[in-house]
Ligand binder design. Structure first.
Ligand code: PEP
Ligand code: MN
Length: 361
């Protein structure tokens, strides 16, 4: 629910509205002051009686947010969200950010060689995955957790880059945080698993949320709202929520079997119009083939993605996981050309719901 105060509404009138929301309904508010004051009601705002708010002095109008993904919705928060990974690398807004590295950590040599290759190519945030969700239990699923995290930390120390890793098991969260994992990734296979999402709402470490390969856009953004809202199963707002969610599009299942998944490029501008969150895309897990990764990257960037996450491996022929889709030295050209495309198109407006925003350079 959004409450627009009338022009010239006094501070006392604004406070009266906020007090009524908190005393009568136990909900919190966020206030944005520009030429007029706008009050956003957090949590389960469906319990608020609209009429009782509209009649208060100084209130101009009350708008209900109908989307099931309120915290992630652009109608609730119009400005693009920019997240600073590791306190320094920006994702979102006018930035183009590259996440890259090996699909999984296999051994120290492979991990460090691949990390150096990714850094030399211009990657901003390094993939350092101790855990791997795989479709088949017979496939490579990562090293023992302690060893995997030790190597992830070594990749970070060697390159000086922030790292991202996939969390599969809730019991591993504290170890990930203690090891200095800068971004926690939730994979496509866990993308709607609410206990995992709720736990991430209690921390403030950035989260990359993959698009579940059987989900539509509303389900994906609702999963993001699980992390952002801080609402528990009793529909109480128990924490502030974690607003640092980065969406990652990676294609869905379709009848096409020649590509690994089917990525619909129109999802990029669509999701950007519906949500203020940073949106990156994964050309490796969508196409499944390194011969396709370069052009698919350019397509995602031209469509308006805020970044790319892709697999880079120092020796794909020997990789234990997803070698077929990993690039090597081409990564440098891909990043350089994608940045040119991004710069060239940065003056073109992006439909963002109520307004047309031109990405800031
Ligand atoms: C990955 O990024 O390593 C991965 C497994 O991707 P997804 O969860 O999208 O399948
Ligand atoms: Mn992979």
């Amino acid at each position: 629910m959004i409450i627009h105060m009338a022009e010239g509404a006094t501070i006392d009138q604004v406070e009266r509205v906020i007090n009524r929301i908190s005393q009568d309904y136990g909900l919190r508010c966020e206030t944005i002051v520009s030429s007029t004051t706008v009050i956003g009601v957090k949590g389960v705002a469906s319990i608020v009686d609209e009429g009782r708010i509209t009649e208060l002095p100084g209130v101009d109008r009350v708008i209900r947010i109908t989307e099931k993904y309120k915290d992630a919705a652009r109608s609730f928060h119009n400005e693009d969200t920019i997240i600073h990974v590791g306190g320094r690398v920006p994702v979102g807004g006018g930035n183009l950010t590259f996440f890259g590295g090996p699909c999984a950590i296999e051994n120290e040599q492979q991990a460090i060689d691949s990390a150096r290759l990714a850094k030399a190519a211009g990657v901003d945030i390094l993939r350092a995955f101790p855990d791997k969700s795989r479709t088949s239990p017979y496939d490579y699923r990562g090293l023992d957790l302690t060893r995997g995290l030790e190597i992830a930390t070594a990749m970070k120390a060697d390159t000086g880059l922030p790292i991202v890793g996939e969390l599969i098991d809730l019991r591993h969260l504290d170890a990930f945080l203690d090891a200095g994992m800068d971004v926690i990734q939730i994979g496509a296979r866990s993308a709607q698993y609410s206990p995992l999402l709720e736990e991430l709402s209690k921390i403030d470490r950035p989260v990359v949320l993959k698009h579940g390969f059987g989900n539509d856009m509303n389900e994906w953004l609702a999963a993001a709202a699980y992390v952002m809202s801080g609402i528990d199963r009793e529909r109480r707002t128990v924490s502030e929520g974690n607003k640092n969610v980065i969406l990652c599009y990676r294609g869905i299942k379709s009848f096409e079997s020649e590509t690994r998944f089917s990525a619909d490029i129109s999802m990029i501008p669509l999701v950007r119009s519906k949500s203020h969150l940073p949106l990156i895309a994964d050309p490796s897990h969508s196409s499944g083939d390194k011969k396709l990764v370069e052009r698919v990257t350019y397509g995602f960037v031209a469509a308006g993605a805020h970044g790319i996450e892709f697999d880079i491996h120092s020796n794909p022929a020997e990789a234990l996981c997803d070698g077929k889709q990993a690039v090597t030295h081409e990564a440098e050209r891909i990043i350089r050309s994608a940045r040119q495309i991004h710069a060239m198109l940065s003056g073109i407006g992006m439909e963002t719901g109520s307004s047309v925003a031109v990405a800031a350079k």
